[in-house]
Design a protein around this ligand. Sequence first.
Ligand code: TXA
Ligand code: MG
Length: 320
Amino acid sequence: MAEIGTDIRKATELLTNGSLVAIPTETVYGLAANALDENAVAKIFEAKNRPSFDPLIVHLPSEKSLSSLAQNIPDAFYKLYEALSPGPITYILQKTDAIPDLVTAGNPTVGIRFPKHSLTQKLLEICNLPLAAPSANPFGYISPTSAQHVQNQLGKKITYILDGGSCTVGLESTIIDLSKGAPTILRLGGMDILEIENALNKKITRIKTSSSNPKAPGMLSSHYAPRIPLFYGDIKKHLDLWKGKSIGIITFCKRVSTASEAQQFILSPTRNLNEAASQLFAVMRQLDTSNADVILAEEFPDEGLGKAINDRLKRAAFKP
Ligand code: TXA
Ligand code: MG
């Protein structure tokens, strides 16, 4: 099993030597390697069982280290960076030759993120390497929001997990493509689109999150999925269908009164969508490893982080 600790020097040594280290961020835990070392990056794909056509996000401490990695950077980037970074937003920019093709899956663009987690910010400063890091879960499964989640699934494949506690945002970053023309949202996530619109001082009209483009599996319709079937939407209908089975229920702020026997998880009794988002993946995992036969999840309000919660639940939902 991997060692879990808070030793930044040890993490730096491992990363410098081409090994993998799991790192905490405000969104989800990442599985990091030196982005400039193709052999190290290859280990990420192997450990996650991730297809090599799925590009990785590169993590930096600040935009000071950006100039050698990205080029033709538009003004919109600087506006968003000033207002929203560090934070749960990833910028797709035109890449330079310094970034290996394996990182970007051959794309001429690279995803760049400035995570807002003090331990990882310190690590990025001290190791002085851009870190390529996807979410630290086996490909297709729910993203980890604690060190223990990483240990449970990838503990045999890595040696060190940097423990930064539970992720405060709990959903992956919002991805915005700034590499061509008008900004386009590629993935809904932890940064509310309204904040992005405020920072740019204009509405974003192009949202392409349900792409069937095989180059972007995070945008594939089936992803983030538990092992047991999850049904999203009409809880009452499914309660009848699954009568007699062990049922897990995920709701926003209220219990389902007609399901007294079910294991019920209310993500935010005080109706706070940010709190609900931070709990979602941990609850999905807990139910997935419980004795439940099925998970029923309701639709969340279509505003703020509720949009990203609904997006993840839709992708996690059972597809016959
Ligand atoms: O919050 C996050 O973004 C977390 C933490 C660890 O930073 N990372 C994360 O990485 O969610 P991952 O690999 O699980 O999801 C990254 C998504 C993938 O869907 C990938 O296709 C997309 O970002 N992506 C990366 N580079 C891209 C590029 N150049 N063009 C288009 N999409 C890209
Ligand atoms: Mg992922």
